[in-house]
Design a protein. Structure first.
Length: 605
C-alpha cells in the first residue's frame, strides 16, 4: 500500500512516499526547480517519489496534505478582521492566491495527479508530531512541536505510544516562538524563513544586552514555558513586515538594510534572542517531562532546527534521549502527513525492530549511478577519471589533508536542510585558514558563518563533549576541553567579529568562537562510503573529523543532479569534484561559457 504526503504553499514544498509504513522516498521541490525555499505545488518532488516507487498516481491508496487549508484560511480572515482596516494591503496581496488555489487543495491534487482516491488533511502540528515520533527509535515518547504557525497552533506537546499520538496542549497564534525568532531575523537584516540559522550562528559574537528588554517588553514567559507576546511591537498579524515602529524605537532604530555591514548591535540582538529562545525551550522541556512522565522526547517544527537550543535541552534537560526530525520544518510535514495517514488514519500497528530510527539517515532523495554520470561527462566533454572505491577514498582523503576543497556527490540526496555526506563540500578541519577559504571563496557567504564537523560516530566523544548520536547535525556541543587552546590575554580582549580568526582548538575550522560545534555523527549503517572516507582519514592522519558544509553557494538550494554539482563546482574555487566514482580536477576543466561573473555575483563586500 502506497501513501503520498504533500506539503506546499508556505515555504519548502515537498513530497514523500510511504510503502506499507516504510519511508522510501522524499524530496523538497527547491532541489528540482533550483528556486530556494520553493513554495509551489511540488510537481517535481511528486514525480520523483512516484518514479522511485515504480508506480503511477492511480496506484496510491491515500494522498495526505500536511495541514487543513480551511482552518488556516479561517485564521487569516479572523486576524484581518481583528486588525481591520490596518491589514488591507496584506489582505489584498494574500487573497487572490487563496481564492484561486489554496482553498481548493482537494481539487488541485485530483487535477495535478489525475487521482480519484482518498485525500486527507491532518492538522499541521499533527503532521509535525507524526514526522517526529513515527520515524524515531522510541516505542513511546513525549512530543514537542514548535514553529511559526500552522492553522492556529504555534506550539504543542503530547505523547506518542505505539501507533497513536495524543496532543495535550497548545499555544495559539499570534503567540509564537518561531515568529518571535523571525521578527528578529527580519530586524537584523536577514531573510525570514531562510536566515534564522544565520542569527543563531551570529549569536556567539554578541553579548545578551537586550535579553532583559525582550523578556520585559516583548514576551511574558511563565515557568512552564508557556508565554504571551506583546503584539503592540509586531506587525506580522496584518502587515507586510514582521516588526513595527514601536519595536524599532525600543531597539534604537530601523531594521538593518540587507547586505549592509553587520554591527555589534546585530550581534548583541542575536545573542539576546538566542538566550531567550533557549530559556523558553528548556522551560517547555521541563514542563513536558512533568506532564507526560516520559523519559524520551521527539521534536519537530522549524524551531527544532535550532541545534544550539536542542543541545542545551539534551545536556541540561530531564530527558534521557532526544530525537529530532531532520526535515523539522514544513518540508517534513509531507513525511509526517503520510505517516499520520498510515498509523493514525488507517490504524496500522507500529513495530520497533532495532535501536536505529527509520529515517534511513535521511538519504531519501534522487541517486545517479555511474552509468548516468558517465553519460553526462561524455556529453559535456568533461575531463574526468574513474576510480574504484578504495582508490577514490584514499585519493580524496589525501587531498583533504593537503587543504584541498572537494565537492562530494555520492548516493541518495538528503531530505532536509542539512548536507549529510551525500551532497557535501568537504575539507580539513585541522586547517586554521579553511573556515575563511570556504566561506569567501567557495560558499560566497558571510565570513562569520561557522562550519560543521562530520565525525566517526564511534569516536564522537574523543572530540566533543557529547556521547550520544547526532546523525542529522541537529545538536550542538563543545569541542572536548583537552582539544581546546587557551586564548592569550590579547585575544581575550577582542570583541565581536574580531574574535573570528582566533585558533581555539586542534580542529579550528569547525570550532565556533564559543568552542561549540554543530555535530554530524557518521554511521557505517546509513552511509558506508562517507564513513570509509572518515575512517581512512583517521587511520592515516589521526583525525576522525572533517568539515562538512552543504554543496551549494549562497542563495541557491543544495545541488541535486550531476549537472547542478558540476556547475556549482566550476563557479567556485573548489579544487576537486567527486561524482560517485568519477574524480574531476578543476585545473583540467575548460571554463564554463557564461556572460555572468559568478564570483562577483555571489561575493560579499
Amino acid at each position: 500500500m502506497y501513501i503520498l504526503g504533500i506539503s506546499a504553499y508556505y515555504h519548502d514544498s515537498a513530497a514523500c512516499i510511504v510503502k506499507d509504513g516504510e519511508i522510501i522516498a522524499a524530496a523538497q521541490e527547491e532541489r528540482f526547480t533550483r528556486k530556494k525555499h520553493d513554495h509551489n505545488f511540488p510537481v517535481n518532488s511528486i514525480r520523483f517519489c512516484l518514479d522511485f516507487a515504480g508506480i503511477k498516481s492511480n496506484d496510491l491508496e491515500i494522498v495526505a496534505f500536511y495541514d487543513k487549508p480551511f482552518l488556516k484560511f479561517e485564521r487569516l480572515l479572523e486576524t484581518y478582521l481583528t486588525y481591520a482596516p490596518v491589514g488591507i494591503k496584506s489582505f489584498i496581496k494574500a487573497m487572490p492566491l487563496w481564492i484561486r488555489e489554496k482553498l481548493w487543495m482537494k481539487e488541485l491534487i485530483k487535477k495535478e495527479l489525475s487521482f480519484e482516491g482518498k485525500i486527507i488533511f491532518p492538522e499541521h502540528h499533527l503532521s509535525h508530531a507524526a514526522s517526529a515520533f513515527y520515524p524515531s527509535p522510541f516505542d513511546e515518547s513525549a512530543i514537542l512541536t514548535m514553529d511559526g504557525v500552522g492553522e492556529w497552533t504555534t506550539t504543542s506537546f503530547g505523547v506518542g505510544k505505539n501507533n497513536s499520538i495524543e496532543l495535550f496542549a497548545e499555544i495559539r497564534f499570534p503567540h509564537s516562538l518561531g515568529l518571535l525568532y523571525s521578527a528578529f531575523t527580519y530586524y537584523t537584516g536577514f531573510k525570514v524563513n531562510s536566515g534564522e540559522y544565520k542569527v543563531m550562528g551570529l549569536a556567539p559574537y554578541g553579548e545578551p544586552k537586550y535579553k532583559h528588554i525582550i523578556l520585559k517588553e516583548l514576551i511574558d514567559l511563565r515557568e512552564d514555558g508557556s508565554f504571551k507576546m506583546n503584539m503592540n511591537y509586531f506587525n506580522y498579524c496584518a502587515g507586510l513586515t514582521m516588526t513595527n515602529e514601536k519595536f524599532h524605537k525600543l531597539f534604537g532604530g530601523p531594521p538593518r538594510e540587507p547586505e549592509s555591514k553587520l554591527t555589534q548591535k546585530e550581534m548583541d540582538l542575536a545573542r539576546s534572542l538566542q538566550e531567550v529562545t533557549e530559556e523558553i525551550v528548556l522551560k517547555m522541556g521541563n514542563n513536558v517531562f512533568v506532564e507526560t512522565n516520559q523519559k524520551n522526547l521527539v521534536l519537530a517544527g522549524g524551531v527544532a532546527l535550532n541545534c544550539v537550543a536542542n543541545g542545551r535541552l539534551l545536556r541540561e534537560g530531564p530527558f534521557e534521549k532526544i530525537w529530532i526530525q531532520p526535515a523539522a520544518g514544513d518540508a517534513g510535514g509531507a513525511l509526517g502527513a503520510a505517516l499520520a495517514a498510515w498509523y493514525c488514519y488507517l490504524g496500522n500497528p507500529r513495530i520497533i525492530t532495532s535501536e536505529l530510527d527509520t529515517q534511513k539517515g535521511s538519504y531519501l532523495g534522487p541517486q545517479y549511478n555511474n552509468g548516468q554520470i558517465e553519460k553526462f561527462i561524455k556529453e559535456n566533454n568533461i575531463d574526468a577519471v574513474k576510480l574504484d572505491d578504495d582508490e577514490l577514498i584514499k585519493i580524496v582523503g589525501d587531498f583533504i589533508a593537503q587543504e584541498k576543497v572537494v565537492g562530494w556527490f555520492s548516493g541518495r540526496m538528503e531530505f532536509g536542510p542539512r548536507a549529510l555526506g551525500a551532497r557535501s563540500i568537504i575539507g580539513d578541519a585541522r586547517s586554521p585558514k579553511m573556515q575563511s577559504i570556504m566561506n569567501l571563496k567557495i560558499k560566497f557567504r558571510e565570513s562569520f558563518r561557522p562550519f560543521a564537523p562530520s565525525v566517526l560516530a564511534e569516536k564522537v566523544s574523543e572530540y566533543f563533549e557529547m556521547n550520544t548520536e547526532s546523525p542529522y547535525m541537529l545538536l550542538v556541543a563543545d569541542v572536548k576541553k583537552s582539544r581546546q587552546k587557551k586564548m592569550s590575554e590579547s585575544e581575550k580582549e577582542l570583541f565581536g567579529i574580531d574574535k573570528l580568526n582566533v585558533v581555539r582548538s586542534d580542529i579550528p575550522a569547525i570550532t565556533h568562537i564559543d568552542y561549540s560545534a554543530r555535530i554530524q555523527t557518521v554511521h557505517k549503517e546509513t552511509n558506508p562510503r562517507y564513513h570509509s572516507l572518515l575512517k581512512y582519514f583517521d587511520e592515516k592522519y589521526n583525525c576522525a573529523v572533517i568539515i562538512n558544509t552543504s554543496f551549494n553557494v549562497r542563495g541557491e538550494p543544495i545541488v541535486c543532479s550531476p549537472k547542478d554539482a558540476y556547475t556549482c563546482f566550476m563557479r567556485t574555487d573548489m579544487d576537486y569534484l567527486v561524482l560517485e566514482n568519477f574524480l574531476i580536477d578543476k585545473k583540467k576543466q575548460k571554463p564554463l561559457s557564461s556572460d555572468i561573473d559568478w564570483k562577483k555575483e555571489f561575493q560579499l563586500d
